[in-house]
Design a binder for this molecule. Structure first.
Ligand SMILES: Cc1cc2nc3c(=O)[nH]c(=O)nc-3n(C[C@H](O)[C@H](O)[C@H](O)COP(=O)(O)OP(=O)(O)OC[C@H]3O[C@@H](n4cnc5c(N)ncnc54)[C@H](O)[C@@H]3O)c2cc1C
Length: 460
């Protein structure tokens, strides 16, 4: 990149926060998706709102493609720089929790705050921020909003969109735009926050977020239900919802996941089982939670669970969730490459989708472990492979195509929570239609006429 331009970025944020060397830039060439990396021309790390706005303006004025990056933990290639002349803007230093308001139940934060740091800080104030993506110890709140991240508690408490009250963001000219409010209700102007949710860095750069907080549940009960047939586990999910019990968490792990998690964690999972459900109910009254837990256990038995193991104390409960959170790391140890997918179906169709995934695995002779938020219909079929083996990876790509076809045929969606990025952009029209793509393109070009914000992602 032109030396004078580099000097202008340095004038905004200081020498230490502009990364010029190839070794430094290389660290920002990839994310958690299995895709080809792209080294950017420059990496800039603003420390405050003013620096962020000036950085965006300078990059845009000079026609540089811009990729804003939180922790880079997304699984869709959403922060792989668009081209070799790109500038990556890092939000890690924009990590202040500006306000936690206990009276009106909201917080004001910068986008680079790490999700679990925020949740723990909120908890130390006696409040609760429920969205808990599996990556929460590294992911940032800005990344969560830009991908509308979900998590284990989505079934009862919703996902990031249910907690976004307002935001400030920079447009392509570096102008600060404000939307939403500190109030529960706000219909002032367009719902720009709704538009920015899930926008994947393609419409503007968040500089501040207003997030809703809720009171924490006072009681909870967790359990593991064991099955000799994954269809029975899926049927249990439908039965629990049909009984109008909404667990805070309702997760499924298939046989392969159980095997690898047990090797990895020694959590005492039943390796002989075909599937397990990990279930937690919570609420404000101990008695009511006990009643819900008992009813859930009855439903598990009715649907064919061979064993039900309630967690006796907080330690046992934590062990269960630790096992679930280890599903992906455990699978990732099995083979050199792990392709994690995110196909999502209406929850009554979970048994059909599980059957489809197993059929596709068999057809393409691939090892696919499936886990996920069964209560949301959000499954994560995870293909264990080796990208260096071209023949095997072709089968992986064919299998992915078929997994998405199967999800769409079941009235599902391409992505429940991981976003579109580069990885799924080519399927967008299949789920929607040409008019939707054209409308989205017009919106995008109206807000980013030079097409510099995360070009090549989401809408092609
Ligand atoms: C092990 C593992 C488990 C995961 N579990 C889950 C899960 O349970 N649920 C889930 O939803 N996801 C999950 N993910 C995916 C990912 O962690 C989440 O999508 C997370 O929200 C990404 O946050 P990030 O800070 O890493 O964002 P990045 O990956 O850095 O960026 C993601 C997107 O946000 C945009 N962005 C970042 N900051 C801003 C900003 N300030 N303004 C505008 N746009 C911005 C980027 O341009 C990009 O498009 C998981 C990933 C891994 C590796």
């Amino acid at each position: 990149m032109n030396l004078n331009l580099i000097k202008e970025f340095i004038a905004i944020v200081g020498k230490e926060l502009v990364f010029v060397s190839e070794a430094d830039r290389q660290a920002y060439s990839y994310d958690a998706a299995v895709l080809t990396p792209q080294i950017p021309a420059l990496v800039v790390m603003p420390e405050n709102q003013e620096q962020l706005g000036k950085t965006v303006r300078l990059a845009y004025e000079n026609g540089l493609p811009i990729t804003v990056r939180g922790a880079g933990s997304n699984l869709s290639g959403a922060v792989i720089p668009s081209s070799a002349d790109s500038v990556v803007i890092l939000t890690n230093r924009l990590n202040r929790i500006i306000e936690i308001n206990k009276e009106d139940l909201y917080a004001v934060v910068e986008p680079g705050v790490v999700t679990s740091v925020f949740a723990e800080t909120v908890s130390s104030h006696g409040l609760f921020y429920p969205p808990d993506p599996g990556s929460q110890t590294v992911s940032t709140l800005g990344g969560n909003v830009a991908l509308n991240a979900g998590g284990l508690r989505g079934l009862k408490y919703g996902v990031t969109k249910d907690y976004l009250m307002g935001m400030e963001f920079f447009d392509c000219n570096g102008e600060l735009v404000k939307t939403g409010s500190h109030t529960v209700k706000c219909v002032t102007g367009y719902n720009l926050g709704g538009m920015m949710l899930g926008s994947e860095g393609t419409l503007g750069i968040f500089s501040q977020l207003i997030l809703k907080l809720v009171p924490p549940p006072k009681a909870s009960k967790a359990m593991m239900a064991v099955y000799d047939d994954i269809a029975k586990a899926s049927e249990t999910v439908a039965a629990i919802i049909a009984a109008h019990i909404i667990p805070c968490t309702l997760e499924i792990l298939d046989k392969k996941c159980i095997k690898y998690v047990e090797i990895h964690t020694k959590a005492g999972l039943p390796v002989e089982a075909a599937a397990i459900l990990l279930i937690e109910v919570d609420g404000s009254h101990v008695q009511a939670v006990e009643e819900d837990a008992n009813e859930v256990m009855t439903l598990c038995t009715k649907c064919g669970a061979t064993d039900i193991r309630p967690a006796k104390d907080a330690d046992e409960k934590n062990k269960l969730w630790e096992a679930r959170r280890n599903a992906l790391p455990a699978l990732a140890r099995a083979r050199p490459t792990t392709v994690l997918e995110d196909a999502t179906v209406p929850r009554s169709k979970v048994p059909n989708m599980v059957a489809e995934i197993n059929r596709i695995a068999l057809k393409h002779n691939l090892e696919i472990g499936t886990f996920g938020h069964a209560g949301d219909g959000n499954l994560h079929p995870t293909i264990l492979c080796d990208r260096r083996n071209k023949e095997e990876f072709r089968r992986v790509e064919d299998a992915i195509d078929e997994i998405f076809d199967a999800a769409l045929n079941l009235k599902g969606t391409l992505s429940g929570e991981h976003g579109i990025g580069i990885a799924k952009a080519k399927w967008m029209e299949k789920e929607t239609n040409r008019a939707t793509i054209n409308f989205s393109k017009k919106l995008r070009l109206a807000l980013d006429p030079k097409y510099l914000f995360n070009a090549g992602k989401k809408i092609l």
